[in-house]
Write a protein that binds this ligand. Structure first.
Ligand SMILES: Cc1ncc(C[n+]2csc(CCOP(=O)(O)OP(=O)(O)O)c2C)c(N)n1
Length: 315
């Protein structure tokens, strides 16, 4: 029974993300993965906690750091690995790679490598849902760096004006590549800035996955009942380099002590310690089986046919 509890679900979802990305990091140097990879190792609480508060018919918009949101929303792992391997059975037919995951049937909108560009698209989808009088909600994941794009302000203004069913979720890892917030923001008070647009704001300053879930659930319930759009800020920490599977302490923009502080409160361990060892083992085994099957699927999948180069393109 315990395996269906909230804690078990949050543990399973985060563990699947973590282990999938650890495998990506392991495979990456072999050159089997054909695109750059932006890993969310350490940041799993945001995607897992928020998606736990959604219904299957709800929609998420992910970024180029999107493995976590794709997995947490329940999109197929096999197709994600096949996409990373550039194979024809990938979720974007092997043409997009890690930064362009998509699974419309699971409510995962296509991602983009261009920072901020998915934000207005997510609002457009929310507008369509509103016009069709559907009760579905859109979650738009974005990084703290994306809030600096002009289109972010334009979109949150429009979303409140039109009362769109959308929750913006900032996966706030404190860095845009190597630049910390203190070198980019005149005030660190993001929520006050956002509040002036009229959004309903929620904050999870320690990134606790249980609290992420609670805050997201409250926000989504309000939005579904016709409330104003929401903004959820989740403090997280990226354990790996901005792009790629390695570490980057030598670059000098962050120190090991800060990293160690965050690792000490690993969001997966935080949830795992509330479960019995038996439950953790059952879930861990299930996760390993899923990942092994997904990697095998990607290895065995065919390469795209040469003619596919010219399909699904504008010119
Ligand atoms: C419009 C645009 N400007 C700059 C870049 C280069 N770039 C890629 S990722 C990134 C940092 C974005 O940081 P954030 O939104 O916080 O997301 P994170 O990578 O931390 O998840 C930048 C500046 C880009 N891809 N697109």
């Amino acid at each position: 029974m315990e395996e269906t509890s909230l804690a078990a679900r949050l543990y399973r979802s985060q563990k699947l993300i973590r282990r999938a990305e650890e495998e990506i990091a392991r495979i990456y140097p072999t050159d089997k993965i054909k695109s750059p990879v932006h890993l969310s190792i350490g940041q799993e609480a945001a995607a897992a906690g928020v998606c736990e508060a959604l219904q299957p018919e709800d929609i998420v918009s992910i970024t180029y750091r999107g493995h976590a949101g794709y997995i947490a929303k329940g999109a197929p792992l096999k197709k994600m690995f096949a996409e990373l391997f550039g194979k024809s059975l990938g979720c974007a037919a092997g043409k997009g790679g890690s930064m362009h995951l998509v699974s419309m049937q699971d409510g995962v909108l296509g991602a983009s490598a261009v920072v901020g560009t998915t934000i207005p698209v997510a609002a457009g989808v929310a507008l369509a849902l509103k016009q069709r009088q559907e009760k579905r909600v859109v979650v738009c994941f974005l990084g703290d760096g994306a809030t600096e794009e002009g289109v972010f302000c334009e979109t949150i203004n429009f979303a409140v004006l039109k009362r769109l069913p959308i929750l913006f979720v900032c996966e706030n890892n404190g860095f845009a590549i190597h630049s910390p917030l203190s070198k980019r923001w005149s005030t660190l008070d993001l929520l006050s800035r956002v509040k002036t647009f009229g959004l309903s704001c929620h904050d999870v300053p320690d990134g606790n996955p249980f609290v992420v879930y609670q805050e997201a659930a409250k926000a989504v319930m309000d939005i579904r009942r016709g409330g104003v759009p929401g903004f959820l800020n989740v403090a997280v920490y990226r354990w790996k380099q901005h792009v790629g599977p390695g570490e980057d302490f030598h670059v000098g923009y962050r120190d090991q002590a800060e990293y160690k502080r965050w690792v000490k409160r690993d969001p997966i361990e935080l949830v795992g310690k509330t479960l019995s060892e038996k439950t953790r083992n059952v879930i861990d085994n299930e996760v390993e089986e899923k990942i092994a099957a997904a990697i095998k699927f990607a290895e065995d999948a065919p390469w795209p046919n040469q003619l596919e180069t010219f399909s699904q393109v504008y010119a």
